[in-house]
Ligand binder design. Structure first.
Ligand code: ADP
Ligand code: MG
Length: 216
């Protein structure tokens, strides 16, 4: 299933004015494809992911997930679509300090009311044997792996990834990018990744640049 955005505009209130965060953005990400959006801080990358992830409604334009036009869904249909089809790796991992790596994933399963193999997913991201560690017992790169595994618990069709390497050194960042590329291919997930760091986009099938809300 693919992610498709067409002529998407998003503005925020800015005093008396509106700040244009996304300016007629069109983008297609096919199943199994990894598309990177590179742009400086403030260029609209997180806003792009929020709209793609149905967390924000655009002012105009359409977002389609697997051919379904998100704007035509009710709020509850949108919530269901997000839960079942979309995985989001937020820039801040926001792991729950008191929970083990495995429990970070099973919490998501409880929310969905479906069991999932946390152990298998953690192994898939390279954390076999570390299921029982809490966040403070994991390195930054390992916490990012838990973050990614958690986003995949619902077997999403679309994976949205915000600045996955920003808190990591270069070598760890490269490993995380390789991991995302592998998961994207193995699971046929349409993956949209945003970053300010062009050093890390080598694994992408396609790189698009964003400046002031415009994709170039
Ligand atoms: P990036 O992720 O590339 O740093 P963002 O999408 O976070 O960019 O922000 C794009 C622009 O929108 C910035 O100018 C930012 O200040 C502004 N912005 C982001 N979120 C909000 C918000 N909730 N309300 C008002 N302005 C916002
Ligand atoms: Mg951002």
């Amino acid at each position: 299933m693919s992610l498709e955005m067409k002529d998407v505009c998003l503005t925020y209130a800015d005093g008396e004015d509106r700040l244009v965060a996304l300016d007629r953005v069109s983008l297609h990400v096919a199943a199994g494809e990894l598309v990177a959006v590179a742009g400086p801080s403030g260029s609209g990358k997180s806003s792009l992911l929020a709209v793609a992830g149905t967390l924000l409604r655009p002012d105009s334009g359409t977002v389609r997930i697997g051919g379904v036009s998100v704007g035509e869904l009710s709020a509850s249909e949108r919530t269901t679509l997000r839960r079942d089809r979309i995985g989001i790796v937020f820039q801040q991992a926001n792991l729950i300090p008191s929970l083990t790596a495995a429990e970070q994933l099973t919490v998501m399963d409880h929310l969905r009311g479906r069991p999932h193999a946390a152990t298998d997913l953690l192994a898939a991201v390279g954390l076999a044997g570390k299921e029982h560690r809490r966040p403070h017992q994991l390195s930054g790169g390992e916490r990012q792996r838990v973050n990614i595994a958690r986003a995949l618990t619902g077997s999403p069709d679309v994976l949205l990834v915000d600045e996955p390497t920003s808190a990591l050194d270069h070598a760890r960042g490269a490993e995380i990018m390789a991991l995302i590329a592998r998961l994207c291919a193995e699971r046929s997930v349409a993956t949209l990744l945003v970053t300010h760091d062009l050093a890390n986009v080598g694994h992408a099938h396609r790189v698009v640049e964003m400046h002031d809300g415009v994709l170039t």
